[in-house]
Write a protein that binds this ligand. Structure first.
Ligand code: ZN
Length: 278
């Protein structure tokens, strides 16, 4: 596990953390005025990619230096808004309506110390799908944003060609979005899944990212979160808790708590990917 220290004074600024794949829904709002959006990352974890992201509850010894840039809370338009006790502005706290809560350390402001967890092999993770207990109220939103990001990246990788998908979960999630964004006409490029236990053959392969490091499964064209990949590969969805996590009681209900609706790629996530990478 690692602790992030202030690059200036060496003060410990987080709890001990382990690395996880950087979520696709980072920085992508959900809806309008959606209150109580949960933390982007689980407690005890961090994500990296140039900068470092942590859950707000895992930071230590930081003070507010500004509240500007907000709707109902604070957002990243006033960065940074948190300082170390030594006075250095080091991080930005985001907690506004429709935003996933997170603390983002500015590049170079902190350094990880300690021993990172060894990278676990791919087969260490469960690729068979979530169990009912894995469901939470935000599963659908995370997966729909991840699907939107994936759809945008596939359309980019197809370079303007229509994208064809086989019947099944890939078609259920993506076919309509692909047809809307690139109406059929011209030679299509085929899309298939590849990953743990799945060997696909197509023009474009959709593969999972390593849940710990975010590294893509070898040979893929577009890499998606493990959570989305498992849905596409196994067509297994978690059960959504009716009461915010009263599992022991919910699972005895008749009928059982609802499963999520069909996953529809978030259209604003598709647009954002296509715009960003133009
Ligand atoms: Zn400091």
């Amino acid at each position: 596990m690692v602790v992030f220290e202030c690059a200036g004074c060496g003060a410990a600024l987080t709890a001990a953390l382990t690395q996880v794949d950087r979520p696709d829904h980072e920085g992508i709002e959900w809806g309008n005025s959606t209150s109580f959006t949960p933390p982007l990352l689980a407690d005890g974890t961090y994500a990296a990619q140039g900068d470092f992201l942590v859950a707000p509850g895992d930071v230590r010894g930081l003070s507010w230096i500004g509240y500007e840039g907000y709707c109902c809370g604070v957002n990243a338009s006033a960065e940074p808004n948190l300082a170390c006790a030594c006075g250095r502005p080091v991080a930005t706290r985001v907690d506004d309506c429709s935003f996933w809560q997170v603390v983002e350390f500015a590049p170079g402001a902190v350094r990880p110390v300690g021993s990172p967890e060894p990278v676990r092999p791919w087969e260490d993770f469960d690729w068979n799908g979530p169990s009912p207990e894995d469901g939470d109220l935000w599963w659908e939103r995370r997966v729909e944003i991840a699907a939107g990001v994936a759809a945008g990246r596939v359309l980019r990788a197809a370079e303007g060609a229509p994208v064809s998908v086989p019947d099944g979960p890939l078609a259920a999630v993506f076919r309509r979005a692909f047809d809307e964004w690139r109406p059929p006409g011209g030679a299509p490029k085929s899309l298939a899944l590849a990953g743990p236990g799945v060997t696909g053959e197509a023009d474009l392969l959709l593969v999972p990212r390593h849940p710990q490091t975010g590294q893509a499964w070898p040979g893929g064209s577009v890499a998606v979160s493990a959570e989305l990949w498992v849905l596409l590969a196994r067509d297994v969805r978690p059960v959504l808790p009716r009461t915010g996590g009263q599992w022991a009681d919910s699972l005895r209900d008749v009928p059982m708590p609802p499963r999520p609706h069909d996953v529809v790629p978030a259209h604003w996530a598709i647009r954002r990917v296509l715009r960003e990478q133009r």
